[in-house]
Design a protein around this ligand. Structure first.
Ligand SMILES: *Cc1c(COP(=O)(O)O)cnc(C)c1O
Ligand SMILES: [Zn+2]
Length: 406
């Protein structure tokens, strides 16, 4: 039977309980797939012929009533081979998984298509989240498609204009809290219990289920081989948890042999997991006032920290921190060498790779996938600042020639 299990005390819950945390100890819940029945379903090879998308892997997902699926055709994102950038870094096999190509421009759509479908299946009346931006944009879109009211809590003054615009246009009630994301999430968790709103932050186990499909797609795109290393930005650490869950499920079913090393990259001003990793500590110290240009990972107290540290250990991976300056440089580099425009948080994965190579921690022959988590147009303010001003001229050819020659 498919069920949910507490990662702390091991308590079991029905897959149809409307809860996002353990009633007994308060820790997070995780969906347990039913390996036996899944094995039976996937032995029929028919699913392998479907085009890649989140729902290609529906046998792995805990949605039982297919009429309740809320989809905007998420997933199926490109995996680019980046030869120019690889050469510049001195490695041979670099790929970028461009999650900015999802319907609302971030990987959050993978989690929301499953999470909001589950919300419909469970019959909830409204959906709710705290967000640094992309979660709210994505939830707002899927709630709109589902016909569910949507309320989002964002940190006042700290959300990128592109993301705010999306949430508002999709019709969510946007509430700005005077406090940072960690404060907003704490509030959202309490409020969801008290007011009875269905919470769709990454503590929601169905979000993780949807997001694990990115790991499936990477293996699929590698012809059911695996890369040696997957590098991704880490904020609340739900995504790194989801990828690892995906790789482990494929391994358990014999679909892949060797899961990759997982590398989590944080921004230096918001890096409790990277610090714990460096200190060989099995617990994190939350960062009181997280600061970084990469707003999507501006999180001081990641709720999935325990699972993230476990992923690093189990996968023989690593965590590291990069500065805002390194992030902006990496963002420009990927755009200018490969034509891929990503938001600052996403560029942390590229900056992290650069650092690993410089520190001699990467073998030049490794196949490496950097996950580009969100689209560059999400945060136009940061971009215009980073790229300097535009050149204004009088309407004359001479003036234009002067500029071109310079
Ligand atoms: C949400 C988000 C992240 C961080 O993901 P976590 O699951 O919180 O670690 C990174 N990049 C972008 C663009 C995001 O939207
Ligand atoms: Zn528990």
């Amino acid at each position: 039977m498919i069920s949910m299990q507490c990662i702390g005390c091991g308590a079991e819950y029905s897959i149809n309980d409307v809860i996002c945390g353990c009633d007994k100890c308060g820790d997070l819940l995780e969906v347990r797939i039913d390996e036996e029945s899944l094995r039976e379903k996937i032995e029929k090879e028919e699913w392998k012929l479907r085009p890649i998308s989140v729902w290609k892997y529906k046998e792995f997902l805990p949605i039982f009533d297919e009429t309740k699926i809320v989809t905007l055709n998420e997933g199926g994102t490109p995996l680019y081979k980046c030869e120019k950038l690889a050469k510049e870094f001195g490695i041979k096999n670099l790929y970028v998984k461009n999650e900015g190509a999802n319907p609302t421009g971030s990987f959050k759509d993978r989690g929301m298509t499953v999470g909001v479908s589950k919300a419909l299946e469970l019959g909830v009346k409204a959906v709710f989240c705290a967000s640094t931006g992309n979660t709210s944009a994505s939830l707002a879109a899927y709630a709109a498609k589902a016909g569910l009211p949507c309320i989002v809590l964002v940190p006042a003054g700290k959300i990128a204009i592109g993301k705010l615009a999306q949430a508002m246009m999709y019709g969510a009630v946007v509430v700005a809290v005077k406090g940072n994301f960690d404060v907003a999430l704490q509030m959202a968790t309490e409020a969801s219990k008290k007011i009875g709103l269905y919470l769709l932050n990454s503590i929601n186990p169905f979000r993780i289920e949807g997001q694990k499909t990115a790991a499936f797609e990477i293996c699929d795109q590698f012809g059911w081989q695996t890369p040696d290393r997957v590098i991704l930005p880490v904020g609340n650490a739900g995504n790194i948890t989801a990828y690892w869950k995906g790789f482990k499920e494929l391994k358990a079913l014999g679909l892949i042999e060797k899961p990759p090393k997982m590398v989590g990259v944080q921004a230096a001003g918001a890096s409790p997991i990277a610090k714990a990793f460096a200190a060989h500590s099995d617990t994190i110290e939350p960062v009181e006032n997280p600061e970084t240009i990469a707003t999507a990972i501006r999180i001081g107290n990641p709720v999935n920290w325990k699972r993230a540290l476990n992923v690093l250990k189990e996968s023989n991976g690593a965590a590291l921190a990069v500065t805002d300056d390194e992030i902006v440089k990496a963002q420009k580099l990927l755009a200018r060498r490969e034509g891929i425009f990503i938001e600052p948080a996403s560029a942390a994965s590229i900056a992290g790779l650069k650092k690993l190579v410089e520190n001699g921690e990467v073998n030049v022959d490794e196949a490496i996938v950097c996950v580009a988590t969100g689209h560059g147009l999400k945060e136009p303010e940061a971009v215009v600042k980073a790229c300097g001003g535009i050149i204004e001229i009088d309407p004359s050819i001479e003036a234009l020639e002067r500029v071109i020659k310079a």
